[in-house]
Design a protein around this ligand. Structure first.
Ligand code: UDP
Length: 465
């Protein structure tokens, strides 16, 4: 969802500034996906007339025969090449495709675009720091025969703070896995594109952006131009969710919001520790709770069941905290929540969209990473961007109630929280400036669209995969 939402926001940004363009998004929604993607696509189709979706045929595969979600994604995309080819030919028959913009996972579609002589741009839906890390990965790969998970060292890459080797990104940790070779291939292909569009802005990640622009992340070939056009953040909802009415009644900046992305879920033991920590802290909270992940592989693609709060949370917790806490089951309107004046802190799983949404709302964070590149994001948020405190896990990966209490307290009233709050307030203003007339992101967008126009087509359309 995070990838699709920001891709659609990129499309909206382009058509807002250049209404003569139209955007076609190629999507593949596999039959086993029971999530919210189809509903989101229907919503965008109904509300954004300049964006249309071209659905690729489903690929028949058994998701349970793959070891990881990444392996399924790579296989689906690889097998879709003939369908992508057909889609692009169909679109070309009625309009000129000015640019073919691909998500980083869609690297295998580059060969299709090459055959059709289409210029390929990546849209990178995480930050410039993570892009710098990926661009440097092939160099890192050559310096060692060990897997990152076994290195137990700090990795020094251009433009980045020191990153613990086991925090880089899950598919790159074990070099004997097929996910590793698939992901390394992405790293090798990124610099071969015509340009990389990034959902970030110059003053959020200046060192990483400079390292990429200076070409030091890819020592053995030229790095394509990057276009930092962000922050692209989805607009809020209709404001009708009951948690927003509850927030209306709370004092300004008093509520800590806890939410762990579209996929974050904890064991019932961990949920109880969070509840205890919140209760001990005494702070007001808004907490999105999901059912614990199922231990059965076949449940992986089913929507999580409605959480039974009476079973999952400590006995009497809801009653004892009813005057200062609000628990939302499964999903909160996050953009609206973060922008609400009552919210003063955010405990986040460090998904890139969540980070940008917090920056745009000027809300400081506590980083509690769970999957994908979130551990990497935690390190850069804390050590480079100075926008977050970090939650420490104890042995076995649990975060204790005492740790939850300590970090919430530091964030909401401690000197540590004050420092990150000041930085995020500055970044918020800079984000607004970057997107306004004469701002760095607006300039990057103009430069990008200038590149599109160079093709001198009589009519333009932009295809996004
Ligand atoms: N989100 C939301 N409500 C929730 C959980 C998530 O609106 O209860 C949205 C959030 O605002 C963000 C996206 O889902 O736009 C999650 O993207 P992110 O990159 O942060 O994490 P991912 O889900 O991809 O791990």
């Amino acid at each position: 969802m995070g990838h699709l939402i920001s891709m659609v926001e990129l499309g909206k940004l382009i058509t807002k500034h250049h209404p003569s363009y139209s955007i076609i998004v190629l999507t593949l929604i596999p039959s086993f996906n029971t999530g919210t993607i189809a509903a989101y696509v229907r919503h965008v189709s109904a509300t954004s007339p300049t964006i249309t979706f071209h659905h690729l045929p489903d690929i028949p595969l058994d998701p349970l025969s793959f070891p990881t979600i990444e392996a399924i994604v790579f296989e689906l995309i690889r097998c879709s090449n003939p369908n992508v080819d057909r889609a692009l030919q169909t679109i070309s028959s009625s309009s000129n495709i000015t640019a073919f913009v691909i998500d980083m996972f869609c690297t295998s579609a580059i060969s299709v675009a090459d055959n059709l002589n289409l210029p390929v741009y990546y849209f990178f839906t995480s930050g410039a720091c993570f892009l710098a890390q990926l661009l440097y990965m092939p160099t890192l790969d050559k310096t060692t025969t060990k897997s990152l998970k076994d290195m137990n060292t700090l990795i020094h890459s251009p433009g980045l703070p020191l990153i613990p080797s086991s925090d880089i990104v899950v598919p790159l940790l074990d070099r004997t896995s097929t996910d590793y070779s698939d992901f390394l291939e992405i790293c090798k292909q990124l610099p071969k594109s015509i340009g990389i569009i990034i959902n970030t802005f110059d003053s959020l990640e200046p060192k990483a952006i400079k390292a990429i622009n200076d070409g030091v992340c890819v020592p053995d070939r030229p790095t394509p131009p990057i276009y930092c056009v962000g922050p692209l953040v989805a607009s809020g909802g209709d404001g009708s969710h009951e948690c927003l009415s509850w927030l209306d009644l709370q004092p300004s900046g008093s509520v800590v919001y806890l939410c762990f992305g579209s996929g974050g879920a904890f064991s019932s033991e961990q949920l109880k520790e969070i509840a205890k920590g919140l209760e001990m802290s005494g702070f007001r909270f808004l907490w999105v709770v999901r059912s614990p992940p199922s231990t059965k592989k076949e449940d992986r693609f089913l929507p999580p069941p409605e959480p039974d709060l009476d079973v999952l949370l400590p006995e009497g917790f809801l009653e004892r905290t009813k005057d200062r806490g609000f628990v939302v089951k499964k999903w909160a309107p996050q953009v609206d929540v973060l922008r609400h004046k009552s919210v003063g802190g955010f405990v986040t799983h460090c998904g890139w969209n969540s980070i940008l949404e917090a920056v745009c709302a000027g809300v400081p964070m506590v980083a509690w990473p769970l999957y994908a590149e979130q551990k990497f994001n935690k390190v850069v948020l804390r050590d480079d961007m100075k926008l977050a405190l970090a939650m420490d896990e104890s042995e076995g990966g649990m975060v204790t109630a005492i740790e939850v209490e300590k970090r919430v307290r530091q964030l909401m009233e401690g000197d540590e929280g004050k420092v990150v709050r000041e930085v995020v307030t500055t970044r918020k203003k800079e984000a607004e400036m970057a997107l306004s007339d004469g701002g760095s992101s607006r300039a990057a967008l103009s430069k990008l669209l200038g590149k599109f126009i160079i093709k001198h087509h009589p009519s333009y359309s932009i295809t996004v995969l």
